[in-house]
Write a protein that binds this ligand. Structure first.
Ligand SMILES: *Cc1c(COP(=O)(O)O)cnc(C)c1O
Length: 244
């Protein structure tokens, strides 16, 4: 597609998404500035990320390590001065830890002790080698239904994982993340997540982020305290390749 057409299309969808977030905040008695917009750019090219950065977005997310790695590098070539931060939001194999810490500022899909340990070690090595300059921010992904496969730890595993993360010096615990269960009522799921977040903040006051809400359910997530909505389709359009 012609770049100017795509720019106009993205500008329009961005203003629609921002208006939805603002309306949801006002309806919930919250300030629009309390909710961060994370653009989920999976399956879309680095050129789209560049256009979104031109439109003022700074937070981008990917769900596949291999796809992200190349895209982040390509984007850095297209917009070397843009103040972008990258989030990994997909399920992560431990053997990808070394690679993910070279491009991700935040990993939102942390859900096991083994993954915490792999990320800790990989981050320490990357800091030593000069491949990154900051500790890795992490969110604990919580599974809000019993089904395996979409990732996430059980709610009762959160306290021990949180303690383990805060004992490291290379990982920074920033909060929780969840995906509303398929077919369920998102409001019930997001209400559960907000209670999990509240308990977590009792022990770890710095873990303030609640990453919840996607294109289809962001209003409900904002009503239940989301601080970060992750939006793909409503910003970039439908994905041709299916992505888990
Ligand atoms: C793809 C994805 C999103 C965005 O979903 P949309 O419905 O396209 O907005 C959010 N979170 C995660 C973890 C995803 O994989």
């Amino acid at each position: 597609m012609n770049e100017e057409l795509r720019r106009a299309e993205l500008a329009e969808s961005l203003s629609e998404v921002r208006a939805r977030v603002d309306r949801a905040c006002r309806a919930a008695g919250r300030e629009p500035g309390e909710v961060e917009l994370l653009a989920v750019t999976k399956t879309f090219p680095a050129s789209d990320v560049a256009l979104l950065a031109d439109l003022g977005l700074t937070e981008f997310a990917e769900n596949r390590e291999q796809e992200a790695r190349g895209k982040v590098a390509e984007f850095a070539g297209l917009r070397p001065e843009a103040p972008a931060r990258w989030h990994m939001v997909g399920q992560l194999q431990r053997n990808k830890a070394r690679s993910v810490v070279r491009w991700a500022d935040v990993v939102e899909s942390v859900d096991s002790e083994r993954l915490v340990e792999a990320l800790r070690k990989a981050t320490a090595n990357a800091l030593d080698a000069g491949d990154r300059t900051h500790p890795l921010e992490v969110l604990l992904q919580v599974s809000l239904d019993e089904s395996e496969g979409r990732g996430g730890c059980r709610p009762d595993e959160v306290p021990a994982l949180a303690d383990m993360i805060t004992l490291t010096s290379d990982l920074r615990l920033r909060g929780v993340m969840a995906v509303a269960p398929l077919g369920g009522d998102p409001a019930v799921a997001f209400d559960t997540l907000s209670k999990i977040s509240e308990r977590l903040r009792g022990d770890h006051p710095e873990a303030v982020e609640v990453s919840a809400g996607m294109s289809g359910d962001l209003e409900s997530a904002v009503a239940h305290g989301s601080t970060r909505v992750r939006v793909g389709t409503a910003l970039l359009g439908g994905r041709r390749l299916t992505s888990p």
